[in-house]
Design a protein. Sequence first.
Length: 371
Amino acid sequence: MTTATAAVARGANADFTIEQIDVAAPGPGEVRVRIAGVGLCHTDLVFRDQVETFAKPAILGHEGAGVIEALGEGVEGLAAGDAVMLGFSSCGGCPRCAEHLPSYCNLFVPLNYAGMRLEDGSTAYAKGEERMSSHFFGQSSFSSLAVTRARNVVKVPEGVTVPLEYLGTLGCGFQTGAGAVLRSMDCKPGSSLIVFGGGPVGLSAVMAGVIRECSTVILVEPVEARRKIAQEFGATHVIDPGAVDDLGAAIRAILPLGVDAALDTTGVVPVIEAGLASLAPHGIIGLVGVPHDPGAAISVNITALMTPGLRVIGIIEGDSEPQDFIPELLAYHAQGKFPFDKLIKTFPLDQINEAIAAQARGECIKVVLVP
């Protein structure tokens, strides 16, 4: 048992508290990682505030990167001192994992959301006799030390120049947006793409649209600074939804026949419905935004969906297999095509509440917390 500094979630809509916690040794198939940096994701706040089944107190955080300190029994291919990025958990043995779609693993929900080791119900964290939920997305990395499954780990390729503390952001948000375009919807060169929401996921989708050589890449985003960044990244058009009376008409003014692919990162029902209405025949809309209301639902006219062959798909983690896709994104970065690091602002881990407030005010796009 060793100790670490962690940001602890003790209740819904309550500030994180910075505490010293006890960290267990890695179990079979696990490694312990000293965290260099961890991204702050909207999903962390959703689980703190809306998901009562993830027991509090809990350590959240699921975009960690750092250096392996210790290995549990049976771990192969990794060693103490390896610089690594941490991704989500999957079983590796079910049909979806066999199809290289681990984000749709049959055990995805318990492996990532149970807050414990499934094998014996234990957790990696405690404070004295107080149990603390761990293994959030397999890692719970809002801590200076994280215990994670070896299968979640992606070794940092040689020659990467991005600071290690930034690299964990590739484990969720950035790979989700890029993967949605490059894998889930598999946008074709010359096709059109519209992205709703210019946060980290949306802007990574814009970059991916440019990588895929989409002829038209549109971002719909109310914050001017984010629209400007999208244009710097190669967006051909931007729309301020607050400056138009009819969003659908504004989209059709650019693409009268409709858009081939749309990606919603907002989780806002009217925005999703506007995206669906903007699709060209056989168009596709991908949904990655988590709605504030867990019961939110869109209204779809079945005939209007069926006749033009429209497709609506849910997307988790960009359909990516992290061990392959994250190195691919780093290769794009090395070529100057995926400058995700330009979106990052760092805060000390003990300023997590200030970082959340700054992000909510639109003062930064992607927060990385440094223990």
